[in-house]
Write a protein that binds this ligand. Structure first.
Ligand SMILES: NC(=O)c1ccc[n+]([C@@H]2O[C@H](COP(=O)([O-])OP(=O)(O)OC[C@H]3O[C@@H](n4cnc5c(N)ncnc54)[C@H](OP(=O)(O)O)[C@@H]3O)[C@@H](O)[C@H]2O)c1
Length: 249
């Protein structure tokens, strides 16, 4: 039960979905949790409910991260925030590509850069990165999203080489479909968009819940110190990845 050894966590994507659920779990376990997202009112509600410390900022703002993060002693860095886009690379705008790379990958790298030296100094730390089955399998979806998540997969493995000999663990969680707001955001994020996304992506399907993902993260965090849970892939039982497509000419 090593969770008790960790005192402070930094969770991104904390305003909704998987991140908000993880904040509930970690505050419930007695950790001081710093919660990052842009939506200040949702973060305030989360803070009142859980005791987490809210930081309303945009993860694309590297200067803001450089100002905040070195002031914290982060034992658990949970890179949960992420964005997706509709279509594929043929439909991409410059903004789509920039947002996917900046939030899904660059912010993760910067947060690792800013927290890892302190973990090394204290010889204590755990980094949890959320990738996606999109980072492991080819299927129709946004190509840049797949690319950023594949990078998160490789990064998660690579960090372990950088900290070999230190009591620092790195866990990648790779989920299939989870019922959150991520799809509705691409439709505008309004209550109507949430209803439409629910109909398209979730109605009639058994999806993962945010509790399922939080359980996996807790398993990794609570594993004994000598054990690094490197990768957990979780999917709904009725979802399978991949498939071979052959276009007839
Ligand atoms: N849901 C799925 O089916 C699924 C499957 C595989 C992997 N994932 C991954 O799981 C992670 C969590 O997603 P979710 O499903 O919980 O989606 P979600 O409910 O849409 O949550 C996304 C979170 O990221 C934050 N965020 C987005 N852009 C940000 C920015 N520029 N600066 C700061 N925070 C930002 C959002 O907060 P604000 O809007 O308040 O900033 C929100 O808290 C993502 O990395 C996603 O790729 C999800």
């Amino acid at each position: 039960m090593t969770l008790e050894k960790y005192r402070t966590a930094l969770v991104t994507g904390a305003s909704t979905g998987i991140g908000a659920k993880l904040v509930e779990r970690l505050t419930g376990a007695g950790l001081t949790v710093h919660a990052i997202a842009r939506d200040a009112s949702r973060l305030d509600e989360l803070a009142q409910r859980t005791g987490a410390i809210p930081h309303a900022l945009d993860l694309g703002d590297t200067a803001a991260l450089e100002e905040l993060v070195p002031t914290l002693e982060v034992d658990v860095l949970a890179n949960i925030a992420g964005v997706s886009r509709m279509g594929n690379v043929l439909d991409s705008s410059r903004d789509d590509i920039d947002a996917l790379v900046d939030i899904n990958l660059a912010a993760v790298l910067h947060l690792v850069r800013l927290t890892l030296p302190g973990m090394v100094e204290r010889d204590r730390g755990h980094i949890v990165n959320i990738s996606s089955i999109a980072g492991h399998y080819n299927f129709f979806g946004h190509t840049a999203y797949h690319a950023t998540k594949a990078a998160v997969h490789q990064l998660s493995r690579q960090i372990r080489n950088d900290v070999l000999g230190r009591r620092i663990r790195v866990t990648e969680i790779s989920p299939g479909r989870v019922e959150t707001e991520i799809f509705a955001r691409n439709l505008g994020g309004s209550p109507e968009a949430i209803a439409e996304a629910h109909k398209t992506y979730f109605e009639g399907y058994e999806s993962l819940t945010t509790d399922d993902v939080a359980n996996s993260i807790e398993f990794a965090l609570r594993s004994p110190e000598h054990m690094n849970v490197g990768l957990i892939e979780i999917m709904p039982t009725y979802q399978v990845p991949g498939g071979l497509t052959f276009d007839r000419h």
